[in-house]
Design a protein around this ligand. Sequence first.
Ligand SMILES: [Zn+2]
Length: 247
Amino acid sequence: MKIADGVEMLELQARGFAGPTIVHPTLVWDDTMGILIDTGFPDQLPQITEAMDRIGIPLNRLDKVIVTHQDIDHIGSLPDIIQASAHKIDVLSSEEERPYIEGHKPLIKMNRERLSERLASLPMEQRQQVEAMFVNPPKADVDKTVADGEVLPYAGGITVIFTPGHTPGHICLYLDDSKTLVAGDALVVTDGTLQGPNPRATFDLATAMKSVKKLTHYDIKTVICYHGGIYSDDVNKRLAALVSSGD
Ligand SMILES: [Zn+2]
């Protein structure tokens, strides 16, 4: 779905842990470069390339991937994207998320306890698939780490907002030109309404709510939530309401 000139929200169908779901990476580009924010679950490369072809920004236009955080539904197809590209793709993340994305530390939400909990609720064939994902999680080298407030000089400026809580080093990206907030999992859209982070999936909820408050400092026209898609109905007002109800 087109959000603004040079900004598209992708819609990837996936088999999530709790049943079929849609995830929303964001593609940003200008005349000189293409940037993908988050990469879906493992095995979603065909869907990603197809979506990019449809938009007219094929994989060979991609120069950088920014990863909002380490969760499997965000880094899943990262290794495949890097491998499929004919040229080097730079991977960017926060310093805090780097060791997880690079595979030096186990993904924080993928410990044995959580795994058995999740597996118990799945049909047998999907169990095996998920187990394989846990045993051998996707990983990739991070080429550049980004810090809070840093403005990346890509496609009209992309401001990095450090928003820990969902994971220790989660970041949101603010697209300066179109005033679009790429929220990752710092916010979700449920039944058409913008909500704070999903408590069940959040590592540190108190910190995550502080991060939501931080987002109120930006003038936001549209939010892209990785889970739930876009929200554009007086975003700042809605954020203020979320913050005051969380106090
Ligand atoms: Zn997610």
